[in-house]
Write a protein that binds this ligand. Structure first.
Ligand code: COI
Length: 327
């Protein structure tokens, strides 16, 4: 079986050759994003794998179908860049990759602490030999209530991490999990918004979650609330975030992801004109921490992303059960 892998980074190359021997397949690696224009590079392959920057819309899926490709694996947990109903219609099987939640969960705690200790300002000042303390007084987690929206794999891992900090933890779900109840109290979403000093979002992006943080939901939160997003940028309406920061409704904001990041994050844009004005505007605030979608990026996660994607493709192509299959 021959597989074309796109969006391959240098740090994935050795893992692809390991996967190729382990799963008995040939893998052609390409650095670029997969588009209908370069799909020809996968000619003769029966499967493709990409990360999250290749957009599997109708055009790309039809093009792959036309080339005889029937299996797609995204080396990501999220799959909002793939039109699953379209893939299903064309008879293209799709799977994603899983990796442990710990990397993103640890990063989330780091972002919470960065906000609570005003670390962005402290770091900026030290760069210019300003060692003053003015404005840097922080808050301690033990005095605060943290709301975790979305107690899935990552949300649960964040809850467990936070349980060591002595804060009050809230979460919301229609399903009561006794293990989580050891560490967190359940509230409905409005109750979580009302009572939390810090709110972290761990949900997939779909029609229900798109812009769930907006002017209306912000109004339900405490004044000065700290918001954390390590999930998907589009969960938060960027204009509402700007209003929240300007009006100080939001006390601090940490985002590893941002609405409109596609085509910018994971690329070297030093010599380019970046057109996302909201991104530039938000970045300059002392109480806004922004990183380039790298919470996932650990050695353990990268290994799992490559191995699971190839394993999934081999299983789907051989008609074997594949636990990460989406359609
Ligand atoms: C995912 O796995 O869903 C991620 O967010 C990481 C990816 C975009 C590289």
């Amino acid at each position: 079986m021959e597989i074309a892998a796109f969006e391959v980074r240098k740090d994935e190359e050795a893992l692809f050759s390991q996967a190729s021997s382990q799963f008995g397949c040939t893998i052609r690696c390409f650095e670029e994003i997969l588009t209908p224009q370069n799909a020809r590079k996968a000619e003769g392959c029966s499967a493709v794998t990409t990360l999250g920057r290749s957009v599997f819309d109708r055009k790309l899926l039809e093009c792959l179908h036309h080339m005889g490709i029937r299996c797609v694996a995204t080396r990501t947990v999220g799959y909002d860049h793939i039109r699953l109903p379209e893939a299903k219609r064309l008879g293209i099987q799709v799977c994603n990759s899983g990796y442990g939640p710990e990397g993103v969960a640890d990063y989330t705690v780091m972002m919470i602490l960065l906000c609570l200790r005003n670390y962005k300002q402290a770091l900026w000042r030290a760069q210019v030999n300003d060692y003053s303390l003015y404005g840097l007084q922080g808050r301690e987690l033990k005095d605060l209530t943290v709301g975790i929206v979305g107690p899935g794999h990552i949300g649960r891992a964040v809850i467990k991490n936070l349980s060591g900090f002595g804060c009050r933890i809230l979460t919301c779900s229609s399903h009561r999990d006794p293990e989580i109840q050891r560490f967190a109290k359940y509230r409905d979403l409005d109750g979580l918004y009302r009572e939390s000093d810090v709110i972290s979002f761990h949900l997939p992006l779909n029609d229900d979650t798109h812009h769930m943080v907006n002017r209306e939901s912000l109004a339900k939160m405490k004044d000065g609330v700290v918001l954390i997003n390590t999930a998907r940028g589009e969960l938060m309406d960027i204009r509402a975030l700007e209003w929240g920061i300007e009006s100080q409704k939001i006390g601090a904001l940490a985002m590893d992801v941002i609405e409109g990041e596609r085509g910018i994050y994971h690329e070297d844009k030093r010599c380019d004109i970046i057109k996302n004005k909201d991104m530039a505007y938000l970045r300059q605030f002392p109480n806004v921490v922004m990183t380039q979608h790298l919470a996932f990026y650990t050695d353990a996660a990268v290994q799992s992303m490559v191995m699971q994607s190839i394993e999934g493709l081999v299983q789907m192509a051989s008609g074997l059960p594949c636990r990460t299959r989406l359609v």
